[in-house]
Every structure is written in C-alpha cells, then in structure tokens.
Design a protein around this ligand. Structure first.
Ligand code: CA2
Length: 145
C-alpha cells in the first residue's frame, strides 16, 4: 500500500514567496508542495500539504496523522519556539517526524534557538531554504520506501 506523508506548515508560511524573500526565498508554498508531491510520486508516496495560522488546527492535523500518515514533515513556524501543545500532540503520534526550518534559526535571534519540537523529531533541517522540505522527504523515502 502506498505511504502517506503530511507536510504541515505553521503560521505565516502562507506568505512564502510573497514577502521577505531575503530570508525565506522566492518560492511559494504551492511551488514547494508541487516539488514535494512530484518527488513523493517517484517513490510511490502520497503527500498531503497543509498550512494553518492556528495552533489548534495544527494539533488536529497531527492527531489525524495518527491514523492517516506514516510520517510528518513539520515547519511549525513561530509555534516551534512556544508550543508545548504541539510537542504533546507529536508525543501521541507514532510515525516519523522531521522538523524543517527554511532559515537557520541558530543564526537569528536567541528566542528562535530553542525548539519544543526537536526533542520529538527524528531529524531537524534548518537553513537550507525551501530545499529543506525536499531533503526531509528524501530521508522519509529512504527510511520507509
Ligand atoms: O525558518 C523557518 O522556517 C521558521 O520556522 C519560519 C518562522 C519563524 O518564526 C521561525 O523562527 C523559523 C516564520 C515564518 C514566517 O514566514 C514568512 C514567509 C514569508 C514572508 C513572511 C513570513
């Protein structure tokens, strides 16, 4: 049976490619989704891409993933640094989790240096631009494909 990956993006990432290209690049979230969908298809994976500005919605999708996804690739945006609730939801999920940040959070303000998600993630990618999403998906494919 084909495997499913949830690609979940958090707050403000709907603005990707539309604002602050010097930090986040020129590609839109639709561009990222299209590339990851195509990459997934080459290995028989179905990608479901979602984005929300609301913490509770992200938590609901993580719960949904318990029965519906073999892996989650997650960029929680600023919730990375604040959300115990997202960490708790991930603790109740048994599949693979990869955390992606477009920018190198460690080169930025100190408040971006801590992540509540990293302790639950198999791997963390930061500072590879939007290519980080494809790198995370390649890793999922090599682990589960
Ligand atoms: O580097 C990342 O991917 C971040 O998760 C992005 C978050 C930030 O709060 C994290 O510290 C690091 C912010 C997302 C904002 O996305 C925008 C994209 C384009 C234009 C404006 C905001």
């Amino acid at each position: 049976m084909s495997k499913t990956v949830f690609l979940i993006n958090g707050p403000n990432l709907n603005l990707l490619g539309k604002r602050e290209p010097s930090i986040y690049g020129a590609d839109t979230l639709d561009d990222v989704t299209a590339r990851c969908t195509a990459l997934g298809e080459t290995a028989g994976f179905t990608l479901k891409s979602m984005q929300s500005n609301h913490e509770g919605q992200i938590i609901d999708w993580i719960h949904e993933a318990r029965d519906a996804a073999d892996a989650i690739i997650l960029n929680p945006g600023a919730f990375t640094h604040t959300s115990v609730a997202i960490f708790d939801a991930l603790q109740a999920y048994e599949g693979l989790v990869f955390e992606v940040h477009i920018s190198n959070v460690h080169k930025r303000e100190a408040f971006r240096h801590h992540s509540f998600v990293s302790a639950r993630a198999e791997g963390v990618i930061a500072g590879f631009g939007v290519e980080g999403y494809e790198l995370a998906l390649r890793r999922v494919i090599s682990l589960l494909g």
